[in-house]
Design a protein around this ligand. Structure first.
Ligand SMILES: [Zn+2]
Length: 195
């Protein structure tokens, strides 16, 4: 089932999300819905707060990035098959020289800006069967994971922009919370009046 995506300005996007336990009700259904919602909006990642739940889950499918010809064959192959749900993740390490990449967010449609992040991460997480993994990621995969991880910490990519950039997009962000956007997927706006 496709769920509405929560727009910028909703307090749920600012909460530090809570861990979940193995007895969380209908977890498989929730994760399936998150993937479906993400695909419906042509996204490469979606975090639970974006569907209104302040819990520590995000899903990633980096397949659309695999066509980037600037990437090595190895990286393309890795991206092509990368589809994962991360439960109770914890980034243990971020290393390397920060690099810029133009990010966007399904909760902030129409805004894309360069964000600087470290290229290498080490992350601990549980899979859908609550089996624990510790893995290293780099490049675009690390980038998507860092963006989604920020969501469960209550952080948005626009927080990481320069104060000048923040000033420039301020009114656009305010518009998004009021429903002024032409996103082609279902959204829920915190400040939209009426229905
Ligand atoms: Zn996002």
């Amino acid at each position: 089932m496709i769920l509405p995506i929560v727009a910028y300005g909703d307090p749920v996007l600012r909460k530090k999300a809570a861990p979940i336990t193995q007895d969380y009700l209908k977890l498989d259904e929730l994760i399936a819905n998150m993937f479906e919602t993400m695909y419906g909006a042509s996204g490469v990642g979606l975090a639970a707060p974006q569907i209104g739940k302040a819990i520590r889950i995000f899903v990633v499918d980096a397949t659309p990035f695999a066509d980037d010809e600037d990437l090595s064959e190895e990286e393309q192959a890795q991206l092509k098959t990368f589809k994962k749900a991360f439960i109770n993740p914890e980034i243990i390490e971020e290393t390397g020289d920060e690099w810029a990449f133009s990010e966007g967010c399904l909760s902030i449609p129409g805004i894309n800006e360069d964000v600087f992040r470290c290229p290498n991460i080490k992350i601990k997480y549980q899979d859908q069967d609550f089996k624990e993994h510790v893995e290293k990621f780099d490049g675009l995969l690390a980038r998507v994971i860092q963006h989604e991880y920020d969501h469960i910490e209550g952080i948005l990519f626009t927080d990481k922009l320069s104060s000048l950039k923040k000033r420039i997009i301020k009114s656009k962000l305010a518009g998004i919370s009021k429903g002024k956007t032409n996103a082609d997927y279902r959204m829920r706006f915190p400040e939209k009046k009426g229905r």
